[in-house]
Design a protein around this ligand. Sequence first.
Ligand code: LHQ
Length: 264
Amino acid sequence: MTASETVLASLEAGVLRLTLNRPDKLNSFNEEMHLALRAQIAFAHGSPEVRAVLLTGAGRGFCAGQDLGDRDPRKGGAAPDLGHTLETFYNPTLRLIRSLEKPIVCAVNGVAAGAGANIALACDIVLAAQSAKFIQAFAKIGLVPDAGGSWSLARILGEPRAKALAMTAEPLSAEKAADWGLIWKAVADEALMSEAEALARSLAAGPTLGLGLTKRLIQAAAQNSLDEHLDMERDLQREAGRSADYAEGVTAFLEKRKPEFKGK
Ligand code: LHQ
């Protein structure tokens, strides 16, 4: 795993806590931070001791998207190939987030702009501080929403709200994001991290094999017909039903005690 100051990482009680850490730049992405975040999520994929991930930002912001100082047009030269930037940096990370069959909680501690907003929206359960804002900042600099934003906004909100957010770049408050179903909850600023941590810990102590299969099912729903989806539920329930966690869950229920899940 790449060690980097740009993404702080700690593993405790099954929760891999990742903190984007370039607070002077509102945690905007440079190459080092891209590679560090990707390495950490890849580590989560391969490590059985990681049973949930908690992603947040250091300082007053969550993430302001790409570091715009990295490609200063005033320096001249050929226009950058931003498609290459997406292919090399953002898209692999987005794919790793969506394909990780373990819950990823995102605690949006402050402004989430551009690709920063859309990385948050790719996570499984998003809590945001009441003072946080989501900004599809791309329109202000002539770009299109990326990091999966045009996909998730259109799917979650529908075209009218997705287009207005993306074309106006108007900040969306955490409360409104929750009202619109874009995130799970807006939380009082001072309670955000304790609530997000408690949620991540309780997920990590849960039947994480089943939670991973649940993530796979819900993400497949939009592409499947009902028939295909019923078949998929059958197959994944068969798999979940063979897990030690299922046997433990039912046994604990019958014995009127708390289950001890192992994620197996
Ligand atoms: C920043 C940034 C930043 C560098 C704040 N970069 N320094 C993909 C493909 C390849 C290339 C292009 O991009 C993409 C995807 C994208 O993400 S495009 C969208 C990029 N992001 C933005 O356009 C957002 C730019 N930032 C802002 O609009 C504001 O900073 C927001 C609204 C996020 C926050 O505003 P304030 O709370 O007023 O903070 P601030 O603007 O004063 O920022 C604080 C510092 O952070 C400041 O530095 P300074 O040295 O003056 O204190 C900013 O320059 C720096 N910063 N975002 N993206």
